[in-house]
Design a protein around this ligand. Sequence first.
Ligand code: TXA
Ligand code: MG
Length: 316
Amino acid sequence: MAIETATPASIARAAKALADGELVAFPTETVYGLGADATNADAVARVYEVKGRPRFNPLIAHVSNREMADVHGEFDLTATALADAFWPGPLTVVLPRRGVSRICDLVSAGLDTIAVRVPSGEVAQDLLHAANCPIAAPSANRAGHVSPTTAQHVADDLGADVNIILDGGATAHGLESTVIDCSGPQPLLLRPGVISRTEIEGVLGRKLGKPLQNNQPASPGQLASHYAPNTKVRLNAHDVLPGEALLAFGKNTPETNGPCINLSPSGDLREAAIGFFSALRTLDTTGCETIAVMPIPDEGLGEAINDRLLRAAAPR
Ligand code: TXA
Ligand code: MG
């Protein structure tokens, strides 16, 4: 494994590695992805292996633009409106798969749908252009662990199993893309993410549905325990107990002598999202028994942060 600063030369090497069936971790505007050529089944299989990811949890295919997305998925009016509004950017749409797509079945984990996204991150875009293939990429962490927002996070989690880690600094948003299922009659919010429900409903002029828990196609990534640090997590904390670290938000934080990170002293949810995964990782290394987390408002980006927190706190 080598962490390489993203430059035209290292991006060209990374593109060659993808063509050779190797794995490349790269930054997007959301989190770092663990990328493989989506048309190479062996390489995609290695992504599942390296992550320790259950085979039933499908991957997102990253493409450089809408035209490339059209090759792989069928856009209806809803998907078109969302792509027009938010691409390139932190939005993933789940579409019926097109027969002509050469993306291997393993990417969709056997479903007849495909998740596609056009990232806006500059390194991701440069890599997609240089590689000239769809890149299947889950977040570049061990399955179930905290998502990586820096190249070092990737190295800590996956180390020697990745051929190249392109370093483009800390990611802009710090949280994953919003996943919308556009394959059925009503668009469904499969995963809250950087783009809020309100923004999406504003563009569509209608409410988003919720996937039924035991109904297909649910988003299999939405397992109860996920995004989890090794340390226990206690939510809605208004105080700090002995032996606890504090993940704070806003002004009125409880007193503590223990480790404490404030996601945003001014109460800004965007700032909180950017530092969120990194803060969980840092507090996870303090040796504390539990991470106490102050309440985060459940509006805008807060919905996505609270979604991750609930999973981080879920029984393992
Ligand atoms: O921001 C992001 O989306 C990052 C960056 C790297 O692009 N990627 C990411 O991938 O978070 P991953 O694999 O950690 O999460 C993908 C989510 C999972 O919840 C998965 O179940 C869902 O998308 N998904 C993928 N394909 C699907 C499909 N065909 N139907 C339903 N859900 C799907
Ligand atoms: Mg993930």
